[in-house]
Design a protein around this ligand. Structure first.
Ligand code: NDP
Ligand code: OXD
Length: 315
């Protein structure tokens, strides 16, 4: 059995010792950019691979994403439909996303930017404080990450609703589904949290027209956007404009259409934005490798792979 590991931006030593320990006695290839064909490769573990990679592994039985998102694989357009693409699902990753979403909802609820500025000025002043129950958080994408984030926010006390392609039954969380219910969802949302995959349907979904449909009568005195899904689900220019003209009161942005966010981007200088560098949820290497190793072992014994991407839906 032979595996190939291809991780854009990382070095061989970051990954291969983990895979060599997890799959001892097997053949391990590290993708160093050489263009040789590797007909022996059975399984590929990838993050940000080159488009040419798939043609170099003609007998691959499955391609594993080393992160939850699979757009970096599907956008290549080269993985044949009969080759399963497996996304990463891990408890630690899911918990981390819940932390980021809770952290940023709380920073907006508890007026963190305002108190931070006051501290820097040595200025002591209290302000009226809404409670979490007064704030309606709407989560776009109630998958593995969004469902966990909804539960965390519910525990904190926020009023939580979610929007997804299909209806969900999550205790205490109002479910909205499909484009037909999007307006009703937005109209009751003070903090919009996007944890969507990037697909043809979600491409540039978050635009000015959507942001204008958010509730404006809420306890935060203006809508707030959090995006920790994928940058290309938003139109950066529209989000920027909305933050500049008050359509949005504030935002927390972990993802952007162009990453890294260019140094010249006006986003960096907006006072009402918290920026994190695509760091909302980090996939711990030990966990991702253990996940792939477990799945490969099961697959070799004839069992079905878990979390295989639906190629028609794109996630
Ligand atoms: P899942 O596949 O479990 O969930 C995706 C959710 O999005 C589902 O609820 C799905 O609806 C919904 N969805 C997809 N397309 C549409 C659509 N057109 N309209 C409405 N709802 C839609 O993914 P995860 O929760 O595991 O991850 C979500 C994304 O988060 C990843 O794809 C990745 O891009 C991003 N991510 C970002 C990280 C970061 O650090 N910033 C880290 C990890 C992931 P339904 O349930 O009905 O199918
Ligand atoms: C992921 C990510 O998809 O880190 O896992 O963005």
């Amino acid at each position: 059995m032979s595996v190939l590991v291809s991780v854009k931006g990382d070095s061989r030593d970051d990954w291969m010792p983990h895979f060599e320990r997890g799959l001892p006695g097997e053949t391990h290839h590290w993708d160093d950019g050489a263009q040789d064909v590797l007909p022996d490769v059975d399984y590929a573990m990838v993050w940000g691979p080159q488009a040419s990679l798939v043609a170099r592994i003609p007998n691959v039985k499955a391609v594993f994403s080393l992160g939850a998102g699979v757009d970096h694989i599907l956008n290549l357009g080269t993985v044949p439909l009969h080759v399963p693409v497996v996304r990463y699902v891990g408890e630690d990753l899911t918990l981390r996303m819940g932390e980021w979403v809770a952290q940023h909802c709380l920073m907006h609820l508890r007026q963190h930017a305002l108190f931070d500025a006051q501290q820097r000025d040595g200025f002591w002043k209290q302000h009226p404080q809404p409670g979490a129950r007064d704030v309606r958080v709407g989560i776009m994408g109630l998958g593995v990450m969004g469902t966990h984030a909804a539960r965390v926010l519910k525990t904190i006390g926020f009023t939580v609703r979610g929007w997804s392609r299909s209806p969900k039954a999550i205790e205490g969380v109002d479910s909205f589904a499909g484009m037909g219910e999007l307006d009703a969802f937005l109209a009751q949302t003070d903090i919009l949290v996007a944890i969507l995959p990037h697909t043809p349907e979600t491409h540039h979904l978050i635009d000015r027209a959507m942001l204008e449909r958010l509730a404006r009568d809420g306890a935060l005195a203006g809508p707030v956007l959090l995006n920790a899904g994928r940058g290309k689900t938003q139109l950066d220019a529209d989000v920027l404009g909305a933050l500049q003209d008050g359509t949005l009161k504030a935002a927390s942005l972990d993802v952007f259409e162009t990453e890294p966010l260019p140094a010249a981007s006006p986003f960096w200088r907006l006072p009402n934005v918290f920026i994190t560098p695509h760091a909302a949820a980090w996939s711990d290497r030990r966990d991702v490798v253990a996940y792939a190793v477990r799945q490969i072992a099961a697959h070799r014994q004839g069992r079905a792979l878990e979390n295989v991407v639906d190629r028609a839906r794109g996630y």
